[in-house]
Design a protein. Structure first.
Length: 277
């Protein structure tokens, strides 16, 4: 008798196959575009691991066991994504100001070479066996799961994210809170899409979804600014004599951050009032 596997596994299987293909491509050469694509795929696979862990809650270490082999790679891919945003900010600044920032550009390039080299070694030094084991374990854990069980687990995971939003609602949204908010929104949207795929109604109405997507998109320029300012101030931290063009850039980034923070804070509080009531 063939054991029935949840239809949600089909989504995982497709994402897993695409992630593995990207992984193999990075084994030839690290390209930022492919690295960022793989980071997105791994984010979904991690959420799927969270979902299976919630369903099989009696196995406390399930989620950790499933995704652990990919954690270091995911961390490096996130760094590549961040570095790409920093590079973009640098190029845009040079274009807008008609100036060059050669010493900082050299600093960024050096960091990039080190990060790419480390990530490449990580990819070629790992075994494809972990990908096959991840697929096999996920398939086994996806057997005989009733749709209602998945629905309940997804609702519980979303509720956990909302609990973090509750905490943030009661205090000022600092940089860490806004970063967590961005990741939380990404996770909720992924989980809601899984609900829709299974034929269930989404938890939030369309207008709330639109607000979530809008806030997530507005958090992207805030996040880019945050990373640019963080990288630039780190570069300047050990400089005794800082040129005026760098001082002006830091000042502009601070002003931009203040404006972007005010915008996303207002948008976040408006959303919180609607979904946390």
């Amino acid at each position: 008798m063939q054991v029935k596997i949840s239809p949600i596994f089909q989504v995982f299987e497709q994402q897993h196959a695409e992630a593995k293909e990207l992984f193999l491509t990075l084994g030839k050469q690290i390209k930022s575009k492919k690295a960022i694509e793989l980071y997105g795929k791994l984010s979904f696979l991690e959420v799927y691991g969270d979902l299976l862990a919630k369903i099989h809650f009696e196995k406390e270490s399930l989620q950790f066991d499933f995704f652990a082999p990919f954690s270091k790679l995911q961390k490096n891919l996130r760094k590549i994504n961040h570095l790409k945003l920093v590079e973009k900010g640098l190029r845009q600044r040079e274009l807008n100001q008609d100036l060059t920032y050669n010493s900082y550009s050299t600093f960024v390039d050096k960091h990039k070479k080190g990060l790419y080299s480390e990530t490449f070694d990580m990819v070629v030094g790992s075994s494809l066996k972990v990908w096959d084991e991840f697929l096999a374990k996920s398939q086994e854990a996806s057997k005989q799961i009733k749709p209602l069980t998945i629905n309940t687990a997804i609702n519980q995971l979303i509720e956990e994210e909302l609990e973090f939003f509750h905490i943030n609602q009661r205090q000022r949204l600092d940089s860490k809170a806004l970063k967590d908010l961005f990741e939380g929104l990404r996770k909720i949207i992924m989980l809601e899409n899984l609900l829709l795929y299974l034929g269930f109604n989404s938890i939030f109405i369309d207008s709330i979804h639109a607000e979530m997507e809008g806030l997530k998109e507005n958090l992207k320029p805030w996040y880019a600014n945050h990373l640019e300012l963080q990288s630039l101030t780190h570069f300047l931290s050990d400089k005794e004599d800082v040129s005026k063009k760098y001082i002006a850039w830091v000042k502009d980034l601070h002003a931009e951050k203040k404006s972007l923070t005010s915008k996303v804070e207002k948008q976040a509080q408006s959303l919180f009032q609607k979904i946390l009531a």
